[in-house]
Design a protein around this ligand. Structure first.
Ligand SMILES: *[C@@H]1O[C@H](CO)[C@@H](O)[C@H](O)[C@H]1NC(C)=O
Ligand SMILES: *[C@@H]1O[C@H](CO)[C@@H](O)[C@H](O)[C@H]1NC(C)=O
Ligand SMILES: *[C@@H]1O[C@H](CO)[C@@H](O)[C@H](O)[C@H]1NC(C)=O
Ligand SMILES: *[C@@H]1O[C@H](CO)[C@@H](O)[C@H](O)[C@H]1NC(C)=O
Ligand SMILES: *[C@@H]1O[C@H](CO)[C@@H](O)[C@H](O)[C@H]1NC(C)=O
Ligand SMILES: *[C@@H]1O[C@H](CO)[C@@H](O)[C@H](O)[C@H]1NC(C)=O
Ligand SMILES: *[C@@H]1O[C@H](CO)[C@@H](O)[C@H](O)[C@H]1NC(C)=O
Length: 738
C-alpha cells in the first residue's frame, strides 16, 4: 500500500486466535457425551463439544463461560451465538473498526480490528456476509491476505438519510466478499476523514458482518450507538469444515476419521473444506450414527403439498388420489374417462405394460426437452444469440462455443486434481479437448445480472484480441448458469511461481528483462491498439504466464469484468490485489491505464529483487515492497535490495536504469507516470543493450542508447487523464447505461 499510515494508529482490539495447526484426529466419543448440549440458550450440537472428549477434534472444542451472570459460548476469544449443523455454519461476533475525530489532538484516531482464521476450520461465508462502511466521508477497505475491497460512503446533499437503506450516498455503503477469506483487517484511507464534519458525524466505521443481522439506522451516524451497543462487536457468519482444505474424495479415503457416519448422509465440499449433510428427505445430525432421520413429509403439507392420500416412505413420500379419481392440476377429480377406460386397460395386461412404457418414454422426452429449454435460456441470457450471429457474419474468427458436455469431458467432470489455479473470481481447470488439445477452463463463481446480458458481447471483443504475449481466448460455454471461458493452456505456470516458488532455480537477468519487455508490450497493446481500449485492472506477477521457452503471456484481463460488481450505481467498488494497487485509484476509484502502469512497476520490482510485493508478517515499514524500494532509492541504497543473483559490479548501472523506470511507474500521481508504450520502448532498448555485452563496459555507449528514452520519460508526457478516466466497463465498450 502506498499511502502512509497515520501516526496515532491504535491497536486496541485484537480479534485473533490462532490454534496450533495440528493434525485433526477424530476420537471415538466417550459414552457420557451427549449429541446436543446447551450453553445458556445456545444449542451446541456434535461435532462441537464443551468438553475436549466430546468434540470431534480440538478445533470444535468450545468454552461455556459465565459473563455477567449469563452463560456465553466462546471459541477462543470470539463469542459464538449460533451453530447450524445443516448448513455447516456458525455465527460469531467479530469486531468493528472505526476512525473518529479527536477534539483534544484535532486529528483522527483509529481503532483497528482484524481477524485471523488461518489455522482454524473456518472461512468467512461469502454468501452471508458483506463489507459495510458507515460514515459521511469515509473510504474504507477490507485488506485480506490477497485482496483489497472497499467502498466510499458519503452523505450527499439531497439524498435523504433513511433507516434500512445503504446505497453509498446516504451514509452507508456495502460490497460483497470474495470467497475463502480467512484473514482480514479493516483499513481507512486517511484522506477521507471527518475533520471538517465532526460536529455532525464524528466517526466512520467498517466491518465484515452478517448482512441479515444489519439494518442501517440514521442514529449510527450521529451517535456512537453502532459501536457501543455491543462493545464494538457485530455478528458474522463462518462456514466451517471438519478438516480444512480437504475434499470429500480425500476425506473418504480414511474410513476411521471420515465424519459423515450417519446412514443417509453424504459429504459436501465447501469453501472451508469437507463437511457432511443429510441426504434429501432426511433431517438431523449427519455426524452421529443414525443422526439423519427420515422427514415425515405428510406432516408438512405446506412444504410438501398433497391433495389426496399422502404416504410417507423412507426419504420421500407418495401422493395418490382415492380410487376413481385422478390428479388434475394438483387437485383430485372424479375422472369419467378413467372409469370408462378402467375395464379396458385392466382387461389386458399387455395394454397396461404398453401404457407404462409410453408414459415412461413421454416423461424422458419431456425431461430432455426441459433440460434443453434450460440450456437455451442460459444461452440466450448470456447474449449467445448475438455472439452466434456476429460470428457467422465475421467468418474466420477462431472462437468456439463449447457445450457443457464437452467441457465436462475435457476436465474429467471438473475434478479437483484438474485445478491449476484459483483466484477471487473462480477456479481454473486444466482440460484436454478431443484431438489432444490442452486448454485452461475458467469457471467463475458468480456473475451479476448486468454482466450476464453483456457476456456474449464481451466474449466477442476478447476473442478478437490477437497478440503473441496475450493468452488466447479460444471459446466459451454459455449454456450453463454461469458462463465458462476456455483459454489456451500455458505450460510453465505463472511468473509469480517462477520468482517466488521454492523449486525454481537461477533466473538470468536476460530472462527477467525479456519477461518484463514482453509483458509491457502486451499491456501497451491493450491500452493503445485494442479496440475498444482495455484497462487490465489486475496486473500482477500471478497474471503473467510463461510459455515453454519463457515467453510471457498476460492473462486474466477482462476476466475481471466477470467480478461481481456493486448493486448500486453510487457505490464505487475498489478491487484489486494487495501490493499492486494504484494508490490514486484507491482514492479516486477511477481505474485508468496509469493504474496498470503502477502495478507493472511493482512487477518490475519483483523481477529486480525477487521479493514479494506484500510482506504482511514484516515490520510496518517493510510490509510493502514498493515502499521499501522507494525508500532505498531515496537513500541511494538500491544495491541493498537488488537480488544477489543478478547483481554484479559490471551491471549495476544497467540495473539502476531499470530501477529508475520502476520508480517512474510508481509515481504517486498517475499523470507523472510514463505510458505503457514508453515503458515498453525503454525495456526494448534495455533488452538490446543486454544482447550487446560491449555496452556494459562503456557507460557512455549505454547512455547514448538509453538517453533518448530517459528524456522522454523524464519530461513526464502528460496524457490527458480526463479523456482516459474510464472505468473497466466503459473501457470494454460496454457501458451499462445505468
Ligand atoms: C486414519 O485416521 C485415524 C484417526 O484419525 C488415524 O489414526 C489413522 O492413522 C489414519 N489412517 C491413515 C491411513 O491415514
Ligand atoms: C443440506 O441439506 C439441506 C436439505 O437437503 C439443504 O437445505 C442444505 O442447504 C444442505 N446444506 C449444505 C451445506 O449443502
Ligand atoms: C431511524 O430509527 C431510529 C430509531 O431506531 C430513530 O431514532 C430515527 O429517527 C429513525 N430515522 C428516520 C430518518 O426515520
Ligand atoms: C483529512 O483529509 C484531508 C484531505 O481530505 C487531509 O488534507 C488531512 O491531512 C486529513 N487529516 C487527517 C488528520 O488525516
Ligand atoms: C490449502 O490449499 C492451498 C491451495 O490448494 C494450499 O496453498 C495451502 O497450503 C493448503 N493449506 C493447508 C494447511 O493444507
Ligand atoms: C444403514 O444402512 C445399511 C444398509 O443400507 C443397513 O444394513 C444398516 O443396518 C443401517 N444402519 C443403521 C444403524 O440403520
Ligand atoms: C394441511 O393439514 C392441516 C391439518 O392436517 C389442514 O387443516 C390444512 O387444510 C392442510 N393444508 C393443505 C394445503 O392441505
Amino acid at each position: 500500500m502506498e499511502f502512509s499510515r497515520p501516526p496515532h494508529r491504535l491497536r486496541l482490539l485484537v480479534a485473533a486466535w490462532v490454534l496450533a495447526a495440528g493434525v485433526a484426529v477424530a476420537r471415538s466419543r466417550s459414552p457420557r457425551c451427549r449429541d446436543v448440549t446447551w450453553c445458556g440458550n445456545v444449542e451446541v450440537p456434535y461435532p462441537y463439544g464443551l468438553d475436549k472428549e466430546c468434540a470431534i477434534h480440538e478445533h470444535f472444542h468450545l468454552n461455556c463461560t459465565p459473563v455477567d451472570g449469563v452463560s456465553k459460548l466462546f471459541h477462543g476469544k470470539m463469542e459464538v451465538i449460533k451453530i447450524s449443523v445443516q448448513d455447516n455454519k456458525a455465527w460469531l461476533k467479530t469486531w468493528i473498526s472505526r476512525q473518529c475525530y479527536d477534539q483534544s489532538t484535532e486529528g483522527m484516531v483509529y481503532d483497528d480490528a482484524w481477524m485471523d482464521l488461518t489455522g482454524t476450520v473456518y472461512v468467512l461465508s461469502a454468501d452471508d456476509n458483506r463489507i459495510i462502511v458507515l460514515g459521511c466521508r469515509g473510504l474504507a477497505y477490507m485488506l485480506s491476505d490477497s485482496y483489497v475491497i472497499g467502498c466510499v460512503s458519503t452523505c450527499d446533499d439531497g439524498v435523504p438519510l433513511r433507516n434500512g437503506s445503504c446505497s453509498g450516498t446516504d451514509g452507508c455503503c456495502q460490497v460483497d466478499l470474495p470467497r475463502g477469506v480467512r484473514y482480514y483487517q479493516g483499513y481507512f484511507n486517511p484522506l477521507y476523514n471527518t475533520t471538517q464534519i465532526w460536529r455532525r458525524t464524528p466517526c466512520n466505521y467498517v466491518s465484515v458482518m452478517a448482512s441479515a443481522a444489519f439494518r442501517f439506522s440514521t442514529t449510527y451516524l450521529t451517535s456512537t450507538e453502532f459501536y457501543d451497543k455491543d462493545h464494538a462487536r457485530i455478528p458474522a457468519v463462518m462456514q466451517w469444515a471438519i478438516t480444512r482444505n480437504t475434499t470429500c474424495k480425500e476425506a473418504r479415503i480414511n474410513t476411521t476419521s471420515y465424519a459423515c457416519v450417519s446412514n443417509n448422509s453424504h459429504c459436501v465440499t465447501n469453501d472451508a473444506g469437507y463437511a457432511c449433510n443429510c441426504s434429501s428427505g432426511y433431517k438431523g445430525n449427519p455426524y452421529i450414527v443414525d443422526g439423519c432421520k427420515d422427514i415425515d413429509e405428510c406432516l408438512y403439507n405446506v412444504t410438501y403439498p398433497c391433495p389426496g392420500i399422502c404416504k410417507n416412505t423412507p426419504g420421500s413420500f407418495t401422493c395418490s388420489c382415492p380410487r376413481g379419481e385422478r390428479m388434475n392440476r394438483d387437485v383430485c377429480m372424479k375422472d369419467s374417462k378413467f372409469i370408462w377406460m378402467a375395464p379396458v386397460v385392466a382387461g389386458t395386461s399387455i395394454g397396461l405394460v404398453l401404457l407404462v412404457v409410453a408414459i415412461a418414454c413421454a416423461c424422458s422426452i419431456q425431461d430432455r426437452r426441459n433440460l434443453h429449454i434450460i440450456k437455451q435460456k442460459y444461452f440466450r441470457q448470456h447474449g449467445g444469440l448475438l455472439l452466434f450471429q456476429e460470428m457467422k457474419s465475421q467468418q474466420g474468427v477462431p472462437f468456439k462455443i463449447f457445450s457443457e458436455e464437452e467441457l465436462q469431458e475435457a476436465t474429467n467432470r471438473f475434478a479437483e486434481q484438474q485445478v491449476i489455479g484459483h483466484g477471487g473470481h473462480g477456479k481454473v481447470y486444466k482440460g484436454v479437448l478431443k484431438g489432444n488439445v490442452q486448454v485452461a477452463v475458467k469457471r467463475c463463481i458468480k456473475i451479476d445480472e448486468q454482466h450476464k446480458k453483456e457476456f456474449g458481447k464481451e466474449m466477442l471483443i476478447l476473442s478478437q484480441i490477437n497478440h503473441r504475449n496475450i493468452v488466447k481466448l479460444l471459446g466459451c460455454c454459455l449454456e450453463v448458469e454461469i458462463p465458462m471461458l476456455v483459454y489456451e493452456f500455458i505450460p510453465r505456470g505463472t511468473l509469480s511461481q517462477l520468482i517466488h516458488g521454492s523449486h525454481s532455480g537461477h533466473i538470468s537477468l536476460d530472462t527477467r528483462v525479456r519477461i518484463a519487455h514482453e509483458s509491457a508490450e502486451a499491456l501497451d497493446y491493450l491500452h493503445s491498439s485494442a479496440s475498444p481500449r482495455i484497462v487490465h485492472g489486475d496486473v500482477k506477477s500471478a497474471n503473467i504466464l510463461l510459455d515453454g521457452d519463457f515467453t510471457a503471456k498476460v492473462s486474466d484481463f477482462g476476466a475481471s469484468i466477470l467480478a461481481p460488481s456493486d448493486e448500486s450505481q453510487f457505490v464505487t467498488l475498489v478491487q484489486g490485489t494487495c501490493g499492486y494497487l494504484d494508490p490514486e485509484y484507491m482514492q479516486t476509484c477511477q481505474l485508468t491505464d496509469k493504474s496498470d502502469v503502477y502495478s507493472f512497476g511493482v512487477v518490475l520490482l519483483e523481477l529486480l529483487t525477487r521479493k514479494k510485493p506484500l510482506n504482511l508478517k514484516g515490520p510496518e515499514q517493510e510490509k510493502s515492497l514498493s515502499m521499501v524500494f522507494l525508500e532505498a532509492m531515496k537513500e541511494n541504497k538500491l544495491e541493498d535490495i537488488l537480488d544477489d543473483e543478478i547483481k554484479n559490479d559490471e551491471n549495476l548501472e544497467y540495473l539502476e536504469e531499470i530501477a529508475e523506470l520502476a520508480r517512474q511507474c510508481l509515481e504517486m500521481c498517475g499523470v507523472n507516470r510514463p505510458s505503457m508504450k514508453e515503458v515498453a520502448d525503454k525495456l526494448g532498448r534495455l533488452r538490446k543493450v543486454l544482447q550487446h555485452p560491449w555496452a556494459h563496459k562503456d557507460p557512455e555507449e549505454l547512455d547514448s542508447l538509453l538517453g533518448e528514452s530517459s528524456s522522454v520519460v523524464n519530461s513526464g508526457i502528460i496524457l490527458s487523464t480526463g479523456n482516459f478516466s474510464i472505468t473497466k466497463k466503459v473501457a470494454m465498450g460496454l457501458e451499462s447505461g445505468r
